[in-house]
Design a protein around this ligand. Sequence first.
Ligand SMILES: *Cc1c(COP(=O)(O)O)cnc(C)c1O
Ligand code: SF4
Length: 356
Amino acid sequence: MNDTTPIAAAERPASATLRHPADLAGAGLIPADEIAALGAVAARYALAITPAMTALIDPADPADPVARQFIPDIAELTTTPAEHADPIGDDVHQVVPGLIHRYPDRVLLKLVSACAVYCRFCFRRETVGQGEGLSRAELAGAIDYVRAHPEIWEVIVSGGDPFIAAPRHLRALADAVAAIAHVRILRFHTRVPVVAPERVTAELIDAITASGITTWVAIHANHPRELTREGCAALARLADAGIPLVSQTVLLKGVNDDAHTLAALMRAFVEARVKPYYLHHADLAPGTGHFRSTVAEGQSLMKQLRGRVSGLAQPAYVLDIPGGHGKAPIGPDYSLAGSVEDFRGNRHAYPPPDRD
Ligand SMILES: *Cc1c(COP(=O)(O)O)cnc(C)c1O
Ligand code: SF4
């Protein structure tokens, strides 16, 4: 392999993953007369559904929450003026190819551009699945940048989905990062343990850990049904290896925008030793309007979780501010002008009035 060869995905039998509308029709997930229309969507935004996710879809249910995340919809071809190809401003803070330095103490590395599945609401949908991941020379350039910036405490590996990279590439990355004394944390963001649990092998787990750094893994899932027995077993393999796990979920209309579903998802994470971390307000990615709730709806859902579901099961509700200004917690706000609201909605003065 030469220096310009992109970081390749690990070899897997590709046949089982559905990648074309005709495959979806063949699997009974869409009617044959929709192949042409959805072909136009798939030509614009990458399509892939793994066997684990295909198996979860009930084709008879028009509102199936797993289908909604992965099966293309012609609504994706409608882009509103507020939507943007670079919705969270990655480009503004890209310092070398594939490396985004938005916050002082951490960088985000886009190792690969491919994913095991393509989510129809993806905030990086203009780039994921289109083109190649980093070349070895570009990866070396990113590592050089990190080495030259002692304020960087954490390297976050995203993409694309870094867990589809071949373990030998992940091993080389972990070793390179571990060799930089000021980097203490190596964090991976992945959907693989849930959507392709068979890829979480002992070899992969070994490849993402190295002495001298602490590895964390953030797991992306949006509906409790995604946490299958096999998926939970993959999470257990990571947790048993001593890797702390956190979650991220996107608030999605028609998938998880009700308190019952969100509570079940957050509890399922906690049961699988995954600490709920972020509930993302859906970003303004092109053609994703049919997935976006309002901030007020998101805040109401968060209020319904608070107090009724374990504190362990509470994510922070965050918005990535368009333009590259980073993530901000967007409430709800429980403390206002001298009082605090309890989970029943009653307000209590704070500090409390003097008692005699
Ligand atoms: C989301 C993001 C991070 C990570 O933010 P945390 O709040 O630490 O999870 C880091 N860098 C970039 C560019 C991001 O978009
Ligand atoms: S796995 Fe992540 S990066 Fe890949 S398509 Fe889904 S949301 Fe986008």
